[in-house]
Write a protein that binds this ligand. Sequence first.
Ligand SMILES: Nc1ncnc2c1ncn2[C@@H]1O[C@H](COP(=O)(O)OP(=O)(O)O)[C@@H](O)[C@H]1O
Ligand SMILES: [Mg+2]
Length: 406
Amino acid sequence: MSLTLGPGYPRAVTTPRRAPGGFPVVGIIGGGQLARMCAAPAAELGITLAVLAQSPDDSAALVIPASPVGEHTDEAAVLALAEVCDVVTFDHEHVPAEVLAAVRAKGVPMHPHPEALRFAQDKLAMRTRLTELGIACPRWAQAHTVAEVARFGDEVGWPVIAKTPRGGYDGRGVRLVERAEDLGDWLTRAREAGEGLLLEERVPFVRELAVLMARSPSGQLATWPVVETVQTDGICTEVIAPAPGLDRTLAEKLLTAGAQIAAALDVTGVFAIEAFETRTAEGEPGFVVNELAMRPHNSGHWSMDGAVTGQFEQHLRAVLDLPLGQPHARERWTVMANVLGGDYPDLYPAYRHVMARDPGAKIHMYGKGVRPGRKIGHVNVCGNDLADVRDRARHAADYIQGVVTE
Ligand SMILES: Nc1ncnc2c1ncn2[C@@H]1O[C@H](COP(=O)(O)OP(=O)(O)O)[C@@H](O)[C@H]1O
Ligand SMILES: [Mg+2]
């Protein structure tokens, strides 16, 4: 028997099928893994998703039937999606302000709102606003010229960190600068784009932390436990929930800062605050905020299996202004290990070994093609023994990636 595809296949479905019973349609701009991971909780809740994907092969487009193809920079494409949705949210922060304004003009609710999103789109705007709010940040400056970089480095100490204000992710757009002259190419490119670069002191952090929260349009706030994140070459590779041995006062200060930022910026939906944990010369713990993300975040993937309410369900609840779910951890520890693209394109054969070796490991794969260093999945493991949980999560992720073979 052969399967025949209908005429026009694989033309994407553009009109989402609303579930009977008055359930809403949530539109997501961008078809990456964050949109994809909303699909399971949406299905459970009877909510329909529609995704504006860049290609029919996008991670989310593979599992969400209504995934029209179009660019997030194309006003007509974004409006066409918005018009069939009850609310619009985002897989990434890169939708231009003019396009967001056009959606607003049509009266379709968007979460987060453009005014809040601005601070996650532009790291210079974010630093300026956080500084105004009195939130601790690394020392920073905006630079347009080599002379300005030299002055900043001489003031805060070399090396410094340079960041492109827009469009960076997974460490792309972040650079360690030993000498001001080295930054000439980036400064030229920034000038051509009509912007400056963000310079920051290199923070001698003890470790990296993240605060993940959800805030609804009505102002309800839910906060997951503060986690430790481990970055390798600027990419998040591991998350430990909760952050082991975190000073209680520091945790409270982080949560207070999170609540203050959420309210001041009127953030809606799930959002994350990346922070560096620091120590004073006297050994006192402290923090500075690294960056904000206004969407579900890698530091929250552990919650899919480790918390009563995972971040993707919570994001749907928040953008629909439904009461939020409990964010509490289900078990003592959850460790998330990211699967990055490695040398082996064939991933599925690894399942037989990984699943047999560790039936407690929860595997999440994104349907993305393997490219070295690209996030293509993650593994969550929960339990009471942190060292064991860490080993198991790392091993499963490494095995799928092809880094280890037994
Ligand atoms: N000021 C800084 N001092 C020390 N390390 C930094 C600093 N800024 C960024 N980093 C390192 O680079 C990583 C990526 O930087 P980030 O600003 O979070 O960019 P991205 O948008 O790519 O996540 C951080 O997680 C951290 O490990
Ligand atoms: Mg970051």
